[in-house]
Design a protein around this ligand. Structure first.
Ligand SMILES: *Cc1c(COP(=O)(O)O)cnc(C)c1O
Length: 345
């Protein structure tokens, strides 16, 4: 076995969903786009369904269709990308609910699938997807006659609780939706933590379920162990890896592990993260290459057979900080070569 093993703790995932759900008095969906943030959308969705989750969101209709095939007819599968040209049959056959995000999409949907459920996305300032206030006023009454399932918008700065954009978007959203008698949704993980004003009828957490910031109280969901292919003695003064960027300052033992940037261990992390064996810290040394990384195991009595990169000692956000990115990108970059194992009691 020469690939990393990514163990996904489905109990921790469920406990994160319950913890976020417990912060609100409204319904809580789960966002499983990008293959469940890299962890496997079908397994993640089925685990959450067993815990009582009935509403899911993905980015594209293709993702929704694949999910429908693996999880069956029951859960509601909502599509952030809405109703794109060419998607009508998929939306209809697979029972997907598009979150329509432009007047064009509304026209396309209502003409092609008049009785088929849909939601509407409103732009409250992020300027990514959704109808602007003026567009919404123009089509609102016609849209409401078609019975939308949800009116939603998305917060641009919810990971920063003090940001004035949050109350600004909240006020815009209320202005556009107050009194319309349609279920509303504004918040993802960050918005849930902003408090009850932001909750409305449904929240849509993603990253917090998978153990990432800004949900600081999340239980870790992923553990990544990487096998050691070989251990070698490196004499003081010898170099390791591309570009000779690490030079031994003492006689060393160096382990070569079976993962690299092709597995999502971003090159920018080089020299900034450690691996672990039990409680022992084994620093990564030299450049991260495509399939291999060197690890300093000089101080270990017995070189281990594998090291841990993600787990109790180091979270996705620790790795993200080391690479100058966010936990979301670490999760969604996790290698397809890893063997994914699912743990639940
Ligand atoms: C990705 C996404 C979410 C989930 O966001 P998290 O920050 O991962 O909780 C919710 N809503 C929309 C529109 C999204 O694109």
């Amino acid at each position: 076995m020469a690939t990393g093993i990514l163990t996904i703790d489905l109990d921790a995932l469920i406990s994160n969903w319950r913890a976020l759900n417990a912060q609100t008095d409204c319904a809580t969906a789960a966002v499983v786009k990008a293959d469940g943030y890299g962890l496997g959308a079908d397994r993640v969705t089925r685990a959450l369904m067993r815990a009582g989750v009935t509403q899911f969101f993905v980015a594209a209709a293709e993702e929704g269709a694949a999910l429908r095939q693996s999880v069956g007819p029951d859960p509601e599968i909502n599509i952030f990308g809405g109703h794109m040209r060419g998607d009508t049959d998929m939306i209809s056959d697979m029972g997907l609910t598009p979150m329509l995000n432009s007047v064009d999409q509304i026209v396309r949907h209502v003409e092609a699938l008049p009785a088929h459920p849909f939601g509407v996305q409103l732009d409250t300032g992020m300027n990514r997807l959704g109808l602007e206030p003026a567009e919404w006023s123009a089509v609102r009454d016609l849209v409401l006659q078609q019975g939308p399932t949800l009116l939603m918008s998305h917060l641009a700065c919810a990971d920063d609780p003090e940001h004035p954009m949050n109350p600004h978007q909240l006020a815009e959203f209320k202005e556009m939706t107050d009194g319309l008698n349609v279920p509303r949704s504004l918040s993802a993980t960050g918005g849930i933590l902003l408090g009850s004003d932001y909750h409305f009828d449904l929240t849509r957490p993603g990253v917090g379920l998978y153990g990432g910031m800004p949900f600081v109280d999340a239980s870790p969901v992923v553990n990544l162990r990487i096998p050691i292919i070989q251990v070698r003695d490196v004499a003081e003064g010898e170099s390791v890896g591309y570009g000779n960027s690490w030079i031994a300052t003492r006689d060393s033992k160096v382990a070569t592990i079976a993962a690299g940037y092709a597995d999502g261990i971003l090159r920018a992390m080089g020299g900034r993260v450690d691996t672990f064996s039990g409680e022992d810290r084994c620093p990564m040394i030299g450049r991260i290459s495509m399939d291999l990384i060197a690890v300093d195991v000089t101080d270990m009595a017995e070189p281990p057979r594998e090291v841990e990169l993600l787990g109790l000692h180091q979270s996705v956000d620790t790795l993200a900080d080391a690479a100058g990115t966010i936990g979301y990108e670490i999760l969604t970059s996790m290698g397809q070569r890893y063997q994914r194992r699912y743990k639940s009691t």
